[in-house]
Design a protein around this ligand. Structure first.
Ligand code: SF4
Ligand code: SF4
Length: 378
């Protein structure tokens, strides 16, 4: 969808709701995009409040719903929320590491009407997978769940996070996906937010590694001859000349609600120096249409030079606000990924370091305390 920008754009409905129902997770991936400060983890919305969020989002026109986290399976009310969402008419997607899934649960989720499961792997073999997730036997569990996904007649959608540590094993990843009879496989190079940003210098592949990976992927695709999984390779934008059209434009399409009820135009926006509203205090409609933070980067009146007069501004909307903030300290600046940005040299100083840092000091994602959530277990 392309949106023509102007000073006061019409407000379109949020079509995609991302419900981050918990930040708790049994794994500890150093590339996790969850916030470093997971204060929300300790103050999760109860079941009825999530139901109200789903009702309001659907009334506003949302059609796609992602249950995410953290690990959404840690919420005992997941099946109830799925059933509720399905009854409202959402297309429901579960984004999961598979840890916490059992045959009994997958059967219950199927009965509740879950449409789609996206299963993530850390690597293509047990040793690397369990090391990256920092949990023993997690690979074994994922293999079991992958088979259950097929057994319960879901499309098999796998997600592999690609980093400097596993990019050389991309063919092994593709072989595993073929053996598992996957339908779609995302070979997604890490995007540098949250914990991944903290660990960026360790995780970022070199340009040569990316070129080699692309070569392997293309030759694998040629050999497939139209059969087997469809592989989608997502490269990091750090090496690009134009930024990504982040969130299809701020406050146009995507709405995220975090475990504590904060409403965000994108899942990492909380790092920005803006105050975001909470669904406990205000209706979603009020938030989406009238909140200062949601209106802040709509249209182009906020744009700096060179975006302001750029003939590509309706393609990428000036890039990612979080990336601009993380890399320059100023959320109003042009995303430095863009070669027209006066800060583009920052990208070179980062990519020049790729492959030189090693893995010694990787920070694994962790949460200090355990949660207490008022969920209904049925
Ligand atoms: S990236 Fe890893 S740690 Fe983060 S939510 Fe997913 S499985 Fe859990
Ligand atoms: S100058 Fe701004 S609008 Fe133009 S291409 Fe770069 S980021 Fe996009």
């Amino acid at each position: 969808m392309t949106i023509s920008l102007n000073e006061t754009p019409p407000i379109t409905p949020p079509l995609w709701l991302l419900a981050e129902i918990t930040y708790q997770c049994p794994l500890h991936c150093p590339y996790c995009s969850n916030p470093i400060n997971m204060e929300e983890t300790f103050n999760e919305l109860p079941t009825e409040q999530w139901e109200s969020v789903l009702t309001q989002a659907r009334e506003m026109g949302a059609v796609q719903l992602g249950f995410s986290g953290g690990e959404p399976l840690l919420r005992k009310d997941l099946e109830r929320l799925v059933a509720y969402a399905r009854k409202l008419g959402f297309y429901t997607n579960l984004i999961t590491s598979g840890i916490g899934m059992t045959e009994k649960r997958i059967a219950k989720l199927k009965a509740a009407g879950l449409d789609h499961i996206q299963l993530s792997f850390q690597a293509a073999n047990a040793e690397a997978n369990d090391l990256i997730g920092n949990k023993r036997h997690s690979f074994e569990q994922k293999m079991k769940i992958a088979k259950l996904v097929k057994k319960y007649d879901y499309p098999m959608v796998l997600n592999f996070c690609i980093t400097a540590q596993n990019i050389h094993e991309i063919e092994e990843v593709m072989d595993l996906s073929t053996r598992l009879n996957a339908d779609f496989v995302e070979l997604a190079t890490v995007q540098y937010y949250g914990w991944a940003y903290e660990n960026r210098d360790h995780l970022l592949p070199t340009k040569d590694q990316l070129t080699q990976a692309e070569r392997v992927i293309n030759s694998y695709r040629d050999k497939q001859d139209g059969r087997g999984p469809k592989f989608i390779f997502v490269a990091p934008d750090y090496y690009e000349q134009r930024p990504k059209a982040c969130m299809n434009g701020w406050g146009t399409t995507f709405l995220t609600v975090t475990p504590d009820g904060s409403a965000l135009p994108c899942h990492s926006a909380k790092i920005l120096p803006l105050t975001f509203p909470n669904v406990k205090q205000r209706s979603l409609h009020d938030i989406w249409h009238h909140d200062f933070s949601f209106n802040h980067f709509r249209g182009d009146s906020w744009m700096p030079s060179p975006c302001k007069t750029c003939d590509e501004k309706d393609k990428d909307f000036g890039g990612c606000r979080c990336q601009a903030y993380m890399l320059t300290g100023d959320m109003y600046k042009t995303d430095p990924v863009c070669s027209k940005s006066p800060d583009h040299h920052i990208m070179k100083s980062i990519t020049d370091k790729a492959g030189t840092v090693g893995t010694g000091n990787l920070k694994y994602r962790q949460v200090e305390r355990q949660i207490k959530v008022d969920v209904i277990d049925d």
